[in-house]
Design a protein around this ligand. Sequence first.
Ligand code: SAM
Length: 380
Amino acid sequence: MTDMNLEIIDLSREGTGVARADGKVIFVPYTVPGDRVRVEVVRDEGRYAEAQVIEILEKSPARISPRCRVFGECGGCTLQHLPYERQWELKKKGVLHALTRTQVSFEDVPVREFPAADEYSYRNRIQLRKRGNEIGFFRKRSRELVAIERCEIALEPLNERLAEISRAPESGESIVPAAGAEIKMELDYRPEVGVRVAINQPHAAFGFRQVNDAQNEQMRSWVASAFEGCGGHLFDLFGGNGNLSQPLLSQFESVDVVDLTVPSVSPDPRMKFYRSEVLPWLKDRARDFKRGHSPRREKLAYAIVDPPREGLRTTSNGILEALGQLQVDRFVLISCDIDSYARDVSRVLKSGWKLREIALFDFFPQTPHVESAAVFVRVK
Ligand SMILES: C[S@@+](CC[C@H](N)C(=O)[O-])C[C@H]1O[C@@H](n2cnc3c(N)ncnc32)[C@H](O)[C@@H]1O
């Protein structure tokens, strides 16, 4: 493939360096604007191409030293060579640009920003692979293992346990897979119980939990502030263990938490958990409410809507219609995917809600991911 010298002039939303040559946009991972690099084109798609750095000819002053020893090899943490302020600017710009592209107008809407206080050592769970005595993560877009000794974004107790497992590879939970076989290993830390290890279990074996405890607290407080002065009934849809509605219990009389996986015991009598798909459950509630069969005493209700990465997709119309029928007066939408967020916000606005506030949370420093939220109020 062709070698060429390039000057990096911009960053893509994912934090990939962008250059131009021969009328073509060239994406160069792990570079920063101001870098001069010699690259090899590894994929040519006509109008754009992807290239790999062979040599950095001149380093940009904007570049910083990554902390991790396998930076550039492991598939995660692709932004470690960018100062944190620059990472945050990139994420914010990415979300706001996606909103503009979906014709969402937000000029008069406050955008609250919650960058992370801890740029490293924040993850409360990590999922590793083990082959023979090697433990690590997958290389990007590959099942090739990149062996690690520690993970810089994981909390320290997880790294301590990882070091123990690596020192005594054949003991207890750290069985060595047979030749050619592979073990999936999830390490999960909670201050109250310490580190637990799940071997070959489904993802989030100890239940879904936001991976960044400090940022989760920020989000819980922000959600609570979005419902200041509200009371009565709250729907916590895609609510998991009720993480986001629990801080609101002193304010609301009753909370319905709906999710495909719910805890077997409710932590509070005011919270009712329903193991169900959100859409059919909500439609049933809307029908009961219309017929006057609902136990709800107040006219208005409130909701939190926190779907998985793909967003509301085909359920958005049905969910929005049911929220309207249930007299939901205000709701908070949360998303961990920029495009799903922009698409869902646009659909909500088209169904007659007003955007009152936007909030952006950095749950995932050193990676391009961002958690985006919005408060919508019913248009009277
Ligand atoms: C981003 S998590 C949010 C969980 C919770 N709000 C929290 O803060 O911990 C998305 C949740 O949606 C649930 N889920 C995915 N698809 C669903 C569906 N069709 N109906 C109900 N829940 C669903 C998952 O089990 C997961 O708990």
